[in-house]
Design a protein around this ligand. Structure first.
Ligand code: DX5
Ligand code: ZN
Length: 215
C-alpha cells in the first residue's frame, strides 16, 4: 500500500518544508487538494502555489482537482509539476477530452468518484486511466469520518479492473487511519490518502510506517 499524505492538513505557513518533512517521513506521494469554492464549499490553493513547492521533493505530486471546468486548468497544473492529475467525474468537463489533455502532457490521469457516484460511472473510461480515486468522505474538508459503506464500491471497482486485466491504481481518500486501512487494503486499495492521521500524529514517520504495516 502506498501512502499519500494530504497536505490539506499541513501548516501552510511552512508549505515547502512540510512537503520536505513528509518526504523524509516516508511518504510515497504528496496528495495536493485543489479546491475552488464552487465545485466544493472550500478554497485551498492553485497551480502557482504548487509550482513554488515543487522543488522541495522529487516524490510524486498527486493533484486532486475539486474544481469546476478542470479541462481549462490542466496545462497550468502540468506546468506546475503535477505527476498525476485526478478530476471529478461529476465535474462539467468532458472526461475523454480532459483525460487526453492530461496524458498529452505526459502526466498520469485519474477520475474521482464522490461517495454517491457508483463505480460503473467510470467503467467506460477505465482503459484510458492510470488511477481511480474513490472518496471515502464528502470532498471539501479534512478530518471527516471514514465512510465504510464505500468499501463494497472499492471491491466492485477492483473486480472490474482485474476482470479487464488493467493496471489501474485505486486510491482511497478521506478519514483513513490505523483503524481502517486494513479494510481498505482488503477491498483492493493501492494508494491511501491520509491527512489528519499523519499530520496530527506525534511523529508522522511512525504514523506512515504504521499505515504501511497495517496491511
Ligand atoms: C477532502 C480531500 C482529502 C482530505 C483527506 O476533500 O480530498 O484528501 O484532505 O484528509 P483526511 O485524511 O484528514 O480525511
Ligand atoms: Zn483529496
Amino acid at each position: 500500500m502506498l501512502i499519500a499524505p494530504s497536505l490539506l492538513s499541513c501548516d501552510f505557513s511552512k508549505f515547502g518544508s512540510e512537503i520536505q518533512r513528509m518526504d523524509l517521513a516516508g511518504a510515497d506521494y504528496m496528495h495536493l487538494d485543489v479546491m475552488d469554492g464552487h465545485f466544493v464549499p472550500n478554497i485551498t490553493f492553485g497551480a502557482p502555489v504548487i509550482k513554488y513547492v515543487r522543488p522541495f521533493t522529487d516524490k510524486v505530486f498527486d493533484v486532486h482537482l475539486m474544481i469546476s471546468d478542470p479541462l481549462r486548468y490542466i496545462d497550468d497544473f502540468c506546468d506546475a509539476g503535477a505527476d498525476i492529475i485526478t478530476f471529478h467525474i461529476e465535474s462539467d468537463s468532458d472526461p475523454v477530452s480532459t483525460i487526453e489533455k492530461i496524458k498529452s502532457r505526459g502526466v498520469k490521469a485519474g477520475l474521482v468518484l464522490k461517495p454517491n457516484t457508483p463505480a460503473h460511472a467510470v467503467y467506460e473510461y477505465l482503459e484510458m486511466l492510470d488511477m481511480v480515486l474513490v472518496m471515502t468522505v464528502e470532498p471539501g474538508f479534512g478530518g471527516q469520518s471514514f465512510m465504510a459503506d464505500m468499501l463494497p464500491k472499492i471491491r466492485e471497482l477492483k473486480n472490474e479492473i482485474t476482470a479487464r486485466g488493467l493496471d489501474v491504481l485505486i486510491e482511497a481518500d478521506g478519514g483513513i487511519g490505523e483503524n481502517n486501512i486494513s479494510l481498505c487494503a482488503e477491498a483492493g486499495v493501492d494508494v491511501a490518502v491520509a491527512g489528519t492521521a499523519v499530520f496530527k500524529a506525534d511523529d508522522p514517520a511512525v504514523a506512515i510506517a504504521k499505515l504501511k504495516n497495517e496491511n
